[in-house]
Design a protein around this ligand. Structure first.
Ligand code: PNS
Length: 161
């Protein structure tokens, strides 16, 4: 049976930590769908279509061996409903530190309560990326700071534009 995992998030912008998680998830699952949440409440650094194009480019450039098994798409509504639509039985999330654990545990339990057939699988983000967060990258970039060591080259090009 083909195993599909959904990796949901805002990816505003995608960081090297996300790329690490996508690559490792592709080592376990046959297909990984990166689902970019449509969130009208957040004011984004990158528009939805730019985020999707950036993730696609970053995956093709940085994860060439597995890129063809990775899809990038947007979704709105509940993550578990989208996972069901994709026939994905797994949700992938990265854990950087204990501080992530509380919200992630709450989301995983809540999602499982809604759809017990969908399990959340966590990857410990690689130590060298464990400090990274999209919101800090967003703040630094908005003040013109250099974020090129924190995000994939495709995202750095996009931000320069
Ligand atoms: O990258 P983020 O912003 O930390 O991702 C959070 C995300 C998108 C995974 C979470 O907010 C989510 O799943 N939103 C979709 C709505 C939903 O399913 N809410 C119930 C979660 S228990």
């Amino acid at each position: 049976m083909n195993k599909t995992a959904l990796y949901p998030g805002s990816f505003d912008p995608i960081t090297l930590g996300h790329i690490d998680v996508i690559g490792r998830a592709a080592g376990i699952f046959d297909r990984v769908v990166v689902g970019v949440l449509v969130n009208p409440k957040k004011s984004p650094l990158l528009e939805l279509d730019e985020r999707i194009a950036t993730i696609r480019e970053a995956v093709d450039e940085d994860l060439p061996g597995v890129a063809e098994r990775i899809d990038v798409t947007s979704f709105d509504g509940l993550t578990v409903d989208f996972a069901r639509k994709l026939e994905a039985n797994f949700i992938v999330r990265g854990l950087r530190a204990i501080s992530d654990f509380e919200t992630e545990m709450q989301m995983a339990h809540t999602n499982r309560k809604m759809h017990p057939d969908i399990d959340t699988v966590f990857f410990m983000t690689a130590l060298e990326h464990a400090y990274l967060s999209s919101s800090l990258v967003k703040e630094i970039a908005s003040f013109g700071g250099d974020v090129s060591k924190m995000i994939p080259a495709a995202a750095a090009r996009r931000l320069r534009r």
